[in-house]
Design a protein around this ligand. Structure first.
Ligand code: ADP
Length: 366
């Protein structure tokens, strides 16, 4: 069982400035856990504490039921893959993969079979005699992964491993690492600033900001139930639309009143918004839930009238960049709907999909 547990982990690089604040998490055996967040939020620091490359200021980390706070990296049964590959330029691919095993006095035959197995898995069998400079970026990254695989560690740690690759290679390697996770049945912890990478690879995702864990959830749960405004805006492309406005109790029922935009509230939302009547809230709605353009005379659906600023056909869908009064937002619509730039539109609005946030705490209300 290679469970990794972080228990009230803090990290300061000096003084009272905390790079990581009270990090608590249990990463299950064989789980693929992604740490995501903007640059400087403490992802790498946390990963490096798990690896033993940084000291833990407070709290404890255990790997496979053993507290490792004072265990050196080489004895933690982990292997780490770095963004810059960290290959030895003067060694062949074979020797780069074999090096760590030689240092640990593995038998020659064992080294050979492990390197062969890893190179078969990674499609490197034809490149074993080459030096890193004679490889593409993607192949170099595969060698770096191979060097981790040959060790057969309990836990793999990845620190932004795909950041130096071009967009196409990133997508390919993303899928390869996911397949590898299934094949090796290992616990993997993966750091990235890229929310698409996080969403596509993670069994669960930790969203961090300013050294703090904001939410831990599966990709779909993060997308559908963001716990606060930061997660709502960070996960999803294009991002969730956010509108400021007031909750009002009118004669015809409750509404979200965003000046130029009035949205009727479903009865089940009203109870949770009771404390916010006549107060400011932020309403969030995903571009795909802003709705399709509808005819002026459709009576039943809640509607927003808006001006089409920009039309972006993406093939499978079209993005409309819209303005309604003081609000700017994005709608994702069927690509076969014709919408002209500069036109006025009426959109149906899936109010059941709206989220409401408290602007003071930024936390989700309903
Ligand atoms: P991320 O991986 O999310 O980009 P890091 O974990 O690298 O973030 O950094 C978190 C914070 O700690 C940042 O404010 C960064 O400047 C600071 N930091 C990271 N490494 C060091 C270091 N060796 N010395 C001092 N501060 C550091």
């Amino acid at each position: 069982m290679a469970e990794v547990i972080l228990d009230h982990v803090w990290k300061s690089y000096g003084g009272n400035i905390w790079a990581v604040k009270d990090f608590n998490l249990t990463i299950k055996d064989r789980e693929f856990m992604v740490f995501v967040g903007p640059s400087g939020c403490g992802k790498s620091t946390t990963l490096r504490m798990i690896a033993g490359l940084e000291e833990i200021s407070k709290g404890s980390i255990s790997i496979a039921e053993r507290v490792v706070n004072n265990v050196p990296p080489k004895d933690r049964d982990i292997a780490m893959v770095f963004q810059n590959y960290a290959l030895y330029p003067h060694m062949t691919v074979y020797d780069n993969m074999a090096f760590g095993l030689k240092l640990r006095n593995y038998k020659r035959a064992d080294i050979e079979s492990r390197v062969r197995e890893a190179s078969d898995i990674l499609g490197l069998a034809d490149y074993l005699h080459r030096k890193p400079k004679a490889l593409s970026g993607g192949q170099r990254q595969r060698v770096a992964v191979g060097r981790a695989i040959v060790r057969k560690p309990k836990v793999f740690l990845f620190d932004e491993p795909l950041s130096n690759l071009d967009a196409k290679m990133r997508v390919q390697m993303r899928a390869e690492i996911s397949k590898l996770h299934v094949r090796l049945e290992a616990t993997m912890i993966y750091v990235t600033h890229d929310q698409v990478e996080a969403m596509t690879m993670g069994d669960r995702i930790v969203v961090m900001k300013d050294g703090v864990v904001l939410q831990v959830a599966t990709p779909l749960d993060l997308y559908e139930n963001p716990a606060n405004l930061f997660v709502a805006g960070f996960i999803g492309t294009p991002p969730m639309n956010l509108f400021e406005g007031l909750i009002r109790r009118g004669a015809d029922g409750w509404i979200f009143d965003g000046a130029s935009m009035q949205v009727a509230l479903l009865p089940e939302m009203q109870a949770k918004l009771e404390a916010y009547v006549d107060k400011q809230v932020v309403m969030g709605i995903r571009p795909e839930h802003v709705g399709s353009p509808i005819a002026e005379n459709t009576a039943d659906a809640p509607k927003i009238k808006a001006h089409v600023d920009v039309v972006e056909p993406m093939g499978a869908e079209t993005y409309l960049y819209m303005t309604s009064g003081r609000h700017n937002f994005i709608a994702k619509i069927d690509p076969h709907r014709r919408c002209a730039m500069g036109s006025e539109l009426q959109l149906a609005f899936l109010e059941a999909k709206a989220h409401f946030f408290d602007p003071a705490t930024t936390n989700l209300i309903v």
